[in-house]
Design a protein around this ligand. Structure first.
Ligand code: GDP
Length: 540
């Protein structure tokens, strides 16, 4: 990272605040234990006294909208929340990511705002499809990954087999920081390889309180007593083998995305959670800068800058408000400060940033690079916007996703047309789906595209709960979209007419919400037909 001249950097106290921040997300295949682990981390972070009594997600589920009811019913998480807590000398920002694969766009965006990720794996299942998808995003973004192998209290796959699989599938060198002592009913704790310490745990009912924990060396009598003879044998020989099979943990390699620290435990029973948190916070990187115009903007740069990675409306049904989530890239946020929104060029006063915790809110006066701002109110920002006090800085952090499902969402009652339009406009701004105008179509509503069909159900559910508008889905024949440009000089481009395209049957020309031309196709096969017929076009 380039260093900036002293005159352009924040004061030393603020630099210290920045360097003690750790901003990360927990990712997992649905059901692996992300929510449970989040809950337990908050317990250790002192944010809650009793794990299980409060998590942002569960709290909201029991108190708010139908949308949350749907989430509950399906057992998936639709929303993502930002939580901040102190642990020892660190200030931790934990971003919750939605778990279902249909919400990957939202998840991708959240991952653009973090500096590290903890990936939860179910010990009985190993790497699952969603694990892989999420992992790819982290790899693309250069986000270091820490693995928590969860549910060791249930019969698990052999730990050696699990790390083998992680290595083979994720193509990262595994570095088991601890090693499990047994699994299922015989799970007795973990062995910390770096410290040569055995952590023996006692089960507590439902894991409701911090688990009592005993520490001893692997040769200690207590350890021999706690483990049956054959288990003791198995563990000691596995631990010996590990030294030959895996390379030593190397922080540099972890941060470079070449090696993954692996922890074993059981989130539900508090087994191994605190060890993981502590070790993770020792290794996790400080807030990273972001690139603007090919230059790295360092977090300690004096000028404030950040980008919008998530927008969520109507978080509180009684207030009808909208929260815009901003990752601060550089400098210090101060209440009422004025920034430029680089998309519109307008100056905006940031007067209402809030700390959110479930349904509780608190006004935020100061925040630092690495933190997440939740701006609540009528801000006219869009996902991807750069907010900055330096007119030269523009971030381009938000990837565009290619939809794979297309549908029409039609208003059932014309009397509701105003509310329908307002709702659709808002939800498009939040990036819930993408809108397309099909050329020559007689329909009054735009075609909607999303990565997965569940996204449309979320849209419908939110139109009902937040705008009291009933809608129905109407089928569309398309499943693939291709962006293209004519191979002609810019001066010859006619923006109003569609370029000439030799369309295969069943395909149509349309415009995306930014006005770019696209072709909609019925299958992947048609893509090659389209390309073969249109040498005069460049497809993106
Ligand atoms: P998420 O979908 O990844 O957020 O998963 P949850 O945290 O909601 O957990 C899914 C299910 O697994 C829930 O029923 C949890 O109680 C259960 N679970 C989570 N951690 C553990 C664990 O360590 N051991 C066992 N046996 N069950 C667990």
């Amino acid at each position: 990272m380039t260093t900036t001249a002293t005159i352009n950097t924040v004061p030393a106290t603020a630099a210290r605040e920045i360097s003690r921040r750790r901003t990360f997300a927990i990712i997992s295949h649905p059901d692996a234990g992300k929510t449970t682990l989040t809950e337990k981390l908050l317990l250790y972070g002192g944010a809650i006294g009793l794990a299980g009594s409060v998590t942002s997600k569960k709290e909201e589920q029991s108190t708010s909208s139908d949308w949350m009811a749907m989430e509950k019913e399906r057992g998936i998480s639709v929303s993502s929340t930002v939580l901040q807590f102190e642990y020892k000398d660190r200030c931790v920002n934990l971003l919750d990511t939605p778990g279902h694969h249909d919400f990957s766009e939202d998840t991708y965006r959240v991952l653009s705002a973090v500096d590290a990720a903890v990936m939860v794996i179910d010990a009985g299942k190993g790497v699952e499809p969603q694990t892989l998808k999420l992992f790819d995003v982290c790899r693309q973004r250069g986000v270091p990954i820490f693995v928590f192998v969860n549910k060791m209290d249930r019969p698990s796959r052999a730990p050696l087999e699990l790390i083998d699989e992680l290595e083979e599938v994720l193509k990262l060198a595994p570095a088991p920081v601890n090693w499990p002592l047994g699994d299922g009913p015989r799970f007795r704790g973990v062995y910390d390889r770096s410290k040569d310490e055995v952590h023996l745990f006692e089960r507590t009912t439902g894991g409701a309180f911090k688990a009592p924990l005993e520490v001893a060396g692997i040769e200690d009598d207590k350890v021999r007593e706690a483990l049956s003879d054959d288990l003791y044998e198995a563990v000691t020989s596995e631990v010996e083998m590990l030294d030959g099979l895996t390379e030593p943990l190397d922080i540099e390699r972890v941060l470079a995305g070449e090696q993954m620290p692996i922890y074993f435990g059981s989130a539900m029973n508090n087994f191994g959670v605190e060890n993981m948190l502590e070790s993770f916070l020792e290794m996790a990187p400080e807030p990273a800068g972001r690139v603007s115009d090919e230059k790295m903007v360092a977090p300690e740069t004096n000028n404030f800058s950040g980008f919008v990675f998530k927008i969520q409306a109507n978080m509180n049904p009684r207030h009808r408000d909208r929260a815009v989530f901003v990752r601060i890239v550089s400098g210090i946020f101060e209440r009422d400060m004025q920034v430029i929104d680089q998309r519109t060029g307008k100056k905006v006063r940031l007067s209402n940033a809030q700390k959110l915790f479930g349904q509780d809110r608190e006004t935020l006066d100061t925040a630092y690079a690495g933190d997440i701002l939740a701006l609540v109110g009528n801000y006219n920002f869009l996902i991807g916007d750069t907010l900055t006090s330096d007119p030269k800085v523009v971030y381009n952090e938000m990837p565009r996703f290619t939809p794979e499902c297309f549908t029409y969402i039609v208003n059932n009652d014309t009397a509701n047309i105003k509310r329908y339009r307002a709702g659709m406009e808002q939800l498009m701004k939040e990036g819930v789906a993408q809108a397309y105008n099909v050329h020559g179509s007689m329909r009054a509503v735009p075609l909607l595209g999303a990565v997965g069909p569940l996204q449309f159900e979320v849209l419908q559910a939110r139109l009902i709960s937040e705008y009291q508008v009933e809608t129905r889905l109407e089928h569309s024949p398309w499943s693939v979209v291709q962006w293209f440009e004519e191979n002609v000089p810019d001066t010859m481009r006619r923006d109003s007419d569609p370029p000439e395209v030799k369309l295969p049957s069943g395909c149509s020309v349309a415009r995306d919400q930014d006005g770019n031309w696209v072709v909609l196709l019925s299958s992947q096969y048609m893509v090659s037909v389209l390309h073969d017929r249109n040498d005069h076009l460049t497809f993106r």
